[in-house]
Design a protein around this ligand. Structure first.
Ligand SMILES: NC(=O)c1ccc[n+]([C@@H]2O[C@H](COP(=O)([O-])OP(=O)(O)OC[C@H]3O[C@@H](n4cnc5c(N)ncnc54)[C@H](O)[C@@H]3O)[C@@H](O)[C@H]2O)c1
Length: 321
């Protein structure tokens, strides 16, 4: 059974900082690396802000419950409110948040990784950046260490080729944000040892994020793994449907929410993911599977060309003033 007494995360950006937070939330000491002090501090600041949102959310739970009860016409006494607040008092206090932060050590040096049991690499989605990180880690990691990459699209077989740690290398694909979404797709490469995959799945099964236990699943090394392979073509198909004039964006989204039980409509979701990211992924699927069913819809291409990338640019299928 894999025991992780200390873990490392490479890249203190959107995913790296949040993955570090999840690991530290499970009481694992973390070393978090980025390329300079400013980016490391930004990553730590990201974790601080995830934690203050969590504390605020938990602190507000009792008052939300009181408001819900009173909205149903029941008037609670001050004693009843106080007892509800005491019963619903959050276990995750700001002291806990401070303890968690103290478990995360920021660094710009690989030498801090000489005693970690597991590393998750979450640097840029670029093959030479990731390969460079793997080669540096290969020099300093203890032999037993497992090296996971958060890559969404690169081949782990290629990234890990010819290293001392090749048999201990695999993809650990977390979803954004990992403190809310529990899925982790686990993908071994051609030379990954089966017991390493099994150990990592066993380890992740014992962890939780802010909402639930993590849900690791084993996936073959195929483009898009499971989620992007199914989700992105569906979002692209919604764009085709829009191009054909089947319905308005709002009605397409309403249809999939009210008729297919989706919590968000496909076009809203595409705006949230980023239309450039959606286009990149569908292009990768198109190239890798060589099947025209993955060709990108015109609307998607034109929006990206215009810089209308969704929420992050203030405009996509909807406006975000
Ligand atoms: N953002 C998402 O929704 C999402 C979801 C799943 C997977 N991913 C994958 O996660 C990885 C990271 O994505 P992100 O969105 O967090 O990117 P990001 O740009 O927010 O962060 C990447 C960080 O890596 C740092 N970095 C680059 N080279 C480094 C090096 N040599 N050493 C240390 N740090 C280095 C950068 O300075 C940056 O802070 C990518 O592989 C991406 O495909 C992203």
């Amino acid at each position: 059974m894999l025991k992780v007494q200390k873990a490392g995360v490479i890249g203190a950006g959107t995913m790296g900082a949040a993955i570090a937070e999840v690991l530290a939330y499970n009481e694992i000491p973390i070393v978090l690396k980025d390329v300079n002090d400013e980016l490391v501090s930004k990553g730590i600041q990201r974790i601080r802000s995830i934690l203050s949102d969590l504390v605020r959310f938990n602190d507000g739970k009792a008052d939300k419950e009181i408001a819900r009860i009173e909205a149903e016409g029941v008037k609670l006494t001050e004693d009843q409110k106080a007892s509800l607040r005491a019963r619903m008092k959050s276990k995750f206090t700001s002291e806990k948040a401070d303890e968690l932060l103290a478990r995360v050590k920021g660094t710009t040096s690989y030498s801090d990784f000489s005693d970690v049991d597991l590393v998750v690499e979450a640097a840029f989605e670029n093959v030479s950046v990731k390969r460079g990180v793997f080669e540096e880690l290969d020099k300093v990691l203890p032999d037993r260490a497992i090296l996971g990459s958060n890559t969404s699209s690169l081949s782990i077989t290629g990234l890990a080729k010819g290293l001392k740690h090749t048999p201990n290398t695999l993809i650990t694909h977390f979803f954004n944000p990992p403190y809310m979404l529990p899925l982790v797709e686990i993908v071994g490469g051609a030379d990954t040892k089966d017991e390493v995959t099994a150990d990592v799945i066993g380890f992740l099964l014992g962890l939780k994020n802010h909402r639930s236990n993590l849900v690791p699943i084993k996936v073959k090394e195929v483009p898009g793994f499971v989620v992007n392979r199914l989700l992105i073509p569906m979002l692209n198909e919604a764009c085709f449907s829009l191009d054909e004039g089947s319905a308005s964006p709002r009605d397409i989204d309403a249809a999939m929410k009210s008729g297919a039980g989706m919590p968000m409509g496909p076009l809203e979701l595409a705006d949230m993911i980023g239309l450039d990211v959606c286009l990149d992924v569908i292009n990768i699927l198109n190239r890798e599977y060589g099947d025209p069913k993955y060709r990108p819809a015109q609307t998607l291409k034109r929006k990206v060309e215009a810089g209308h990338l969704g929420r992050k640019s203030g405009k996509g299928f909807y406006d975000y003033p």
